[in-house]
Ligand binder design. Structure first.
Ligand SMILES: *[C@@H]1O[C@H](CO)[C@@H](O)[C@H](O)[C@H]1NC(C)=O
Ligand SMILES: *[C@@H]1O[C@H](CO)[C@@H](O)[C@H](O)[C@H]1NC(C)=O
Ligand SMILES: *[C@@H]1O[C@H](CO)[C@@H](O)[C@H](O)[C@H]1NC(C)=O
Length: 362
């Protein structure tokens, strides 16, 4: 989206007062826990109450990936509220702008003329804001925390899984990462999930075996590890997680290994002593191996220092693989700095801005 279009939209947002449609009594949480008692007990055993999770994304509230994660997070016994844009807002980074009355919502999921902030009448935990991804999660923090949690902040924010990778310097411009970054700036730990598979579809079209199920399962494995003890993450830290595209060798959750990575190529070794250095996330995804990259990101959207990385590594260690770093990555690794990021998630105009900004930063 061009800057001038954003200005126009910002003016529209100023002209239209923010309205929240009438709020029916919140549904009770018990009703939403389905049969899987073992999972429920496991995820709440360390805490008295279910974990308060707020979900956001940049592809839009009706995208299949976020709806599947919503379903799976509820299934696991968490207290989940979704607050995401009415429309695809990929590439919006941390812009926080509401656009006014809804027109042309994603997949026709909201009628034209609906208020700029609203929710699904059947399931009020499904909320949209007609604005940027960060505006939608901001509405969640401002309004939905009061509606569902007596004003308490979420325990964790999950963003995505994005349709398309968010690797290296592209993270600076990703709305998915922008949502996670907004949360850590409010003192709430967060995870940004992105997947290399570019299938976009409405949640209403979801079929068993679609990639959304797989990405959600992988996201829940990481989320369960992060939330298995407090603090979930060090203060000011979010995770940037990328799943590879699916392939014949990489088609079910058990095929995947999790690798600790850095956002930018750095000459350091965290955790895996047999590595020459901790691989950059883009190198891990480019290797074509069935590996999920997990980087620790600071509130400035850059890699955190090695000491905090080591803390995060230790937290994730039960699910991390070091052997796979050695076997698959270091043999295939590209020269330092070759892979800075991918354009998948960006419009051309934004990609050009990204490239000139990268040149400025390096
Ligand atoms: C609203 O929620 C109901 C119940 O979960 C669901 O059947 C319907 O598809 C949802 N619609 C949207 C647009 O979210
Ligand atoms: C799939 O795995 C087999 C056995 O490890 C390997 O020989 C083959 O090259 C892999 N295929 C791809 C596309 O990576
Ligand atoms: C969402 O926006 C991205 C970036 O502009 C674009 O590549 C993608 O095609 C859009 N998706 C849809 C469903 O409009």
């Amino acid at each position: 989206m061009s800057p001038s279009l954003f200005c126009t939209l910002a003016l529209v947002a100023l002209a239209v007062p923010s309205t929240v449609v009438a709020i029916p009594a919140p549904v009770t949480f018990d009703r939403q826990i389905t049969g899987n008692v073992a999972t429920v007990e496991r995820s709440v055993e360390a805490r008295a109450a279910p974990i308060k999770m707020m979900l956001g994304n940049d592809d839009g509230w009706a995208e299949a990936n976020i709806r599947q994660l919503y379903a799976d997070a509820q299934q696991a016994g968490n207290d989940v509220v979704l607050s995401a844009p009415a429309k695809n807002g990929s590439g919006s980074s941390s812009l926080n702008v509401l656009f006014g009355t809804v027109t042309g919502a994603e997949y026709g999921s909201i009628p034209d003329g609906a208020p700029q902030v609203g929710f699904n009448q059947t399931d009020p935990r499904l909320n949209y804001a007609n604005g940027t991804p960060v505006a939608a999660i901001d509405q969640g923090f401002q309004q939905l925390t009061k509606k569902f949690w007596g004003g308490a902040k979420p325990d964790i924010v999950l963003s995505g899984p994005n349709v398309g990778s968010n690797l290296g310097a592209i993270t600076l411009f990703s709305g998915t990462v922008g949502v996670a970054n907004f949360a850590v700036k409010q003192g709430v730990p967060a995870i940004a999930f992105s997947g290399g598979d570019s299938t976009r579809q409405s949640f209403t079209a979801l079929q068993p075996g679609d990639v959304s199920h797989l990405y959600s399962e992988l996201a829940m494995t990481i989320t369960k590890q992060v939330t298995s003890s407090t603090p979930f993450l060090p203060a000011g830290v979010s995770l940037n997680v990328n799943f590879p595209k699916l392939s014949a060798n990489c088609s079910k959750a058990a095929d995947f290994k999790y690798v600790f990575t850095t956002i930018y190529p750095l000459a350091q070794t965290i955790g895996c002593t047999e590595s020459v250095r901790t691989p950059a996330e883009a190198d891990v995804i480019a290797s074509g191996a069935c590996l999920v990259s997990i980087s620790a990101m600071g509130s400035n959207k850059l890699d955190v220092n090695p000491s905090i990385q080591t803390t995060v590594f230790s937290k994730l260690e039960p699910i991390l693989s070091c052997a796979d770093v050695k076997d698959h990555i270091l043999s295939a690794i590209l020269p330092l700095g070759t892979v800075l990021g991918r354009r998948d998630d960006l419009e051309d105009g934004v990609a050009k801005t990204v490239e000139s900004s990268i040149n400025d930063r390096l």
